[in-house]
Design a binder for this molecule. Structure first.
Ligand code: ATP
Ligand code: MG
Length: 561
């Protein structure tokens, strides 16, 4: 199928080579390793689709591994949110794993390294250690504690574990090479003391392993064959391998780390730390605010898992970092929603029109097609009456020939209904039009088969019947940041580029079929975009989000400017 025809990405080539050079099918195993210190964002979706995509392609298990080694920033709330998001994206993990489950094993291995003279307790301050780091071109200085006896190291390390010392008094370091050209190899820290309860191990531990000492070892414990991470870990690969060299049993599979480029999205930030800042400073209303580039924000906004997977698939993976334009993500959601959403009519900026030759008190329930893209979607009825709402923007007293909407003396078709002609209008003291008086052609009803019903007029407008319409709060969104890459400016903070007009709330008037809409339901409001029912919606008060407009208005604006 399409999947087979697609050319392989460079990670898939690596896997293929390994298979050709002795890896059996059963040897492959992947993992997605989030740190539970925030909610997943659209950048993570790339990593999720990559790892789980490999699992599907090679019929190999994929673990969901929580890299939970920093109790200061991690919480169960994040673990739960991450699980929900991965599942929602449509992926099934083989085993739910936690680095914290390996704390004892890691400790035992660290003790082994101490016994072999490959790790030592350093009792300097972090400032002193930093001063001894050297530079990329100058070697570092060895710590005065580097040559402690094994016995002394064992005793101190055990004391660290038992809570005998304050934070910052000692660390365990690997004894590698203070002159290495790779700064990460200059006796990296393996453990630090943190007297903080952990969301899973509680107060069992007061020393916590560092990322480098944890990650490869967790891969090894789980027998992950390919440990894929983003490019900033490229210099860590040497250390990843050094730690494995000290442990790997030749009967077991040796994991390998490979790197791919981080994905950035324009007009937003994809970093949990920065997203947390938006949440904490209340610029947005929580991690799942529909303006957030988080998976939960996109879900609440009305994005479908398919659209996010298709987006990740289209951009693929790369060896170099770049910024993907958010309009590509919007393209994918539009494309999917076009296929699946029922069409309905809603008016967001109402102007009343009165059809003067339509009988007062009369109503008709007109046939309306639910989705022209889906022949099984069926029809519904929409009420028509003498007084209707159309959009303010769809009427002008006077306009040139290119204005295909309603103008005095001009005709338009009302979607699913009749052809009307604007005869006159009423204005308030400020000159704003408050009502338009129209006449309709009774023989022009859509679908009635008459000659008049087939008559072509240039414009078709959406509308709702005033007396039948239900009202709802409708939230309209714009980019959260006014700059395409808000976090790349040297002289400015990304928060300086927050768009003050990223959310606008209006009252919308909707056709009555929407009365039964449930949280999460998605629709196309004809001519206005795709919308879904927000999680804030109640039976008393419907609330909708605009997921995306029908066309890319932003691109047009940028072209003009
Ligand atoms: P953040 O800076 O947002 O916290 P992170 O890399 O620290 O990102 P992790 O939870 O450690 O977040 O990431 C889990 C996995 O997702 C890692 O393998 C990481 O490399 C990958 N990942 C994170 N951000 C992106 C991104 N923007 N594009 C692709 N992969 C990403
Ligand atoms: Mg991180």
């Amino acid at each position: 199928m399409g999947e087979e025809e697609k050319s392989l990405n460079f990670i898939e080539h690596i896997v293929e080579d390994d298979l050709a050079n002795g890896y059996g099918d059963g040897d492959l195993r992947f993992r997605f390793p989030p740190e539970p210190n925030g909610y997943l964002h659209i950048g993570h979706a790339s990593s999720i689709c990559l790892n789980f995509g490999l699992g599907l392609r090679y019929n190999a298990p994929v673990n969901l591994r929580f890299d939970d080694t920093n109790p200061a920033k991690e919480e169960k709330e994040y673990v739960d949110a991450i699980k929900k998001d991965v599942a929602w994206l449509g992926y099934e993990w083989d085993t739910e794993c936690f680095a914290s489950d390996y704390f004892q094993q890691l400790y035992n291995w660290a003790v082994e390294l101490v016994k072999q003279g490959k790790a030592y307790v350093d009792s300097q301050s972090s400032e002193e250690m930093a001063q001894q780091k050297g530079t990329p071109t100058e070697p570092g200085t060895e710590s005065p504690f580097r040559n402690r006896t094994i016995e002394e190291n064992l005793e101190l390390f055990e004391g660290m574990k038992n809570g005998d010392f304050d934070e910052g008094t000692h660390v365990l370091r690997a004894k590698i090479d203070m002159a290495s050209s790779n700064m990460l190899m200059r006796d990296p820290i393996m453990y630090r003391i943190l007297h903080k309860p952990h969301h899973r191990t509680n107060t069992d531990w007061c020393i916590y392993p560092m990322y480098d000492w944890t990650h490869g070892e967790s891969d090894y414990i789980e027998q992950v064959s390919h440990s894929l991470c983003t490019l900033e870990f490229l210099p860590h690969r040497e250390l990843y391998n050094w730690f494995l060299d000290q442990l790997v049993d030749s009967n077991k599979l040796r994991p390998k780390q490979r790197e791919f480029a981080r994905r950035n999205l324009s007009h937003t930030v994809v970093s949990k730390r920065k997203l947390l800042q938006l949440v904490e400073s209340k610029v947005v209303d929580g991690w799942d605010d529909p303006r957030m580039p988080t998976i939960s924000g996109l879900r609440r906004r009305g994005y479908t898992p398919e659209s996010i997977r298709n987006f990740a698939d289209t951009i693929g993976i790369a060896k170099r970092e770049n910024i993907v334009d958010v309009s590509l993500l919007e393209f994918h959601v539009r494309e999917h929603l076009n296929k699946i959403t029922p069409r309905v009519m809603a008016v967001l900026n109402p102007l009343k029109i009165v059809i003067t030759n339509y009988e007062e008190g009369k109503e008709e329930w007109l046939d309306a097609e639910n989705n022209p893209e889906d022949e099984n979607a069926g029809n519904r009825k929409v009420p028509f009456s003498r007084e209707l709402y159309i959009e303010q923007e769809d009427f002008r007293e006077e306009a040139n020939r290119k204005f295909f909407r309603l103008k005095l003396g001009g005709e338009v078709r009302l979607k699913n209904g009749y052809i009307i002609k604007a005869e006159s209008c009423t204005k308030d003291a400020n000159g704003n039009v408050t009502e338009v008086q129209c006449t309709y052609d009774p023989k022009s009803k859509s679908g009635s088969g008459t000659e008049e019903s087939l008559r072509k007029v240039k414009g078709t407008l959406h509308w709702v019947s005033v007396s039948h319409a239900i009202s709802a709060e409708v939230k309209l969104y714009d980019r959260l940041f006014t700059d395409a890459s808000p976090d790349t400016h040297k002289d400015k903070d990304f928060m300086d580029f927050v768009n003050p007009d990223s959310l606008r709330k209006v009252t919308g008037y909707l056709e009555p079929s929407l009365k039964e809409a449930k949280i999460g339901d998605r629709f196309q409001f004809q001519r206005l975009g795709y919308f879904n029912v927000d999680t804030d919606s109640t039976v008393e008060k419907l609330v909708f989000n605009r997921t995306v407009t029908l066309r890319d208005t932003w691109a047009k604006l940028e072209q003009k400017s």
